[in-house]
Ligand binder design. Structure first.
Ligand SMILES: [Zn+2]
Length: 322
């Protein structure tokens, strides 16, 4: 009973808060202004702009709200900013004062102060910190790990950087429906339904029924994070997007030729086809009617949880139709 109540609260929480959270975040996007800021800082520090954009993009997802008057979301820890044991505990201090305590606070806008609530100061300080490790991908990764202490955070930021680098922009608002609209398919909201295999887990996703071989497309921009066989999901692919959302495509008949882990994808890129694989050892197929199982998992920098993709699918279907 306790567990049931917990699941109920959790589901209500995620279904109510999460879509509004995502919508609210996108409203705060000032793509052009942000891009100018990344590029300006990047030029001074000689670091590619997309690393700064990638960190900002990551932090946009982990803070409940942005600091007032700011267009970037990076909020450095006090200990990073002022240094350990610094008697100065305010948001704003002389950079020399931070340096004495091995803090990273720098003055990016030339006003003589390092202000933890100023976009230019924060970006410049972070960029200085990163480049203190070096300029190649591995150096950046180590710097990020020492800053966030979490593999998934590092991976998500590096993914973001690769997506921004490839498309040369942070304005990536297109989406697509995972199946061609011309195909014969059907789906309904199946979130939370009981499932017959794998214990008492709830159904974390939406099943889109279609024929064998119908192409399956990426719904968003992102990086292929996982590809292979899973006992429940069969042949499946996982794509992490720039909003820390992991998109899970299961029961595939097969993968699109050439698709591999680490590939950067965009909405509409074919990744595989509809099948009925899964519920057994590798190669098992046909234990249920062919369908695409599509799931969404959100990461907030601390933990990951699934939420109902149904309303998003309906929305992307409308977008694809227009
Ligand atoms: Zn399913």
């Amino acid at each position: 009973m306790k567990r049931f109540v917990f699941i109920l609260i959790f589901m209500t929480m995620t279904s109510l808060c999460l879509p509004s959270l995502i919508e609210a975040k996108t409203q705060e996007d000032n793509f052009k202004e942000r891009m100018e800021l990344y590029k300006k800082t990047a030029t001074v520090v000689k670091l590619p702009w997309y690393y700064l954009a990638a960190i900002d993009q990551y932090e946009r997802q982990i803070h409940k709200e942005m600091q007032k008057g700011r267009i970037t979301a990076i909020q450095p820890e006090m200990v990073f900013w002022n240094g350990l044991g610094n008697p100065e505990s305010g948001e704003k201090l002389k950079p020399q004062m931070a340096e004495m305590f091995e803090g990273w606070a720098e003055d990016g806008n030339g006003d003589g102060f390092a202000d933890r609530t100023n976009d230019e100061d924060v970006l410049y300080s972070i960029a200085q910190y990163l480049t203190s490790y070096g300029y190649n991908e591995d150096d950046i990764k180590i710097a990020l790990w020492n800053y966030y202490n979490r593999d998934l955070s590092v991976q998500t930021i590096m993914n973001n950087a690769r997506v921004f680098k490839k498309f040369k922009t942070i304005e990536l608002t297109d989406r697509d429906f995972p199946l061609p609209l011309g195909a014969n398919y059907s789906y309904r909201s199946t979130w939370g339904d009981a499932r017959g295999f794998g214990g008492r887990r709830i159904h974390e996703g939406t099943d889109i029924f279609a024929n064998y071989g119908v192409p399956v497309k990426s719904v968003t921009y992102g990086v292929i994070e996982m590809k292979g066989w899973n006992r429940f999901g069969g042949w499946r692919i996982g794509i992490r997007d720039i909003f820390n959302i992991y998109h899970y495509y299961a029961h595939l008949n097969g993968f699109e030729k050439g698709v591999k882990v680490g590939d950067v994808v965009k909405p509409g890129d074919v990744i595989g086809s509809v099948g009925a694989s899964g519920y057994g050892p590798p190669g098992t197929s046909g234990k249920f009617p062919p369908h695409l199982h599509y799931g969404m998992y959100k990461d907030n920098g601390y933990s990951e949880w699934s939420f109902d993709p149904y309303s998003y699918l309906r929305k992307w279907e409308r977008m694809a139709r227009d």
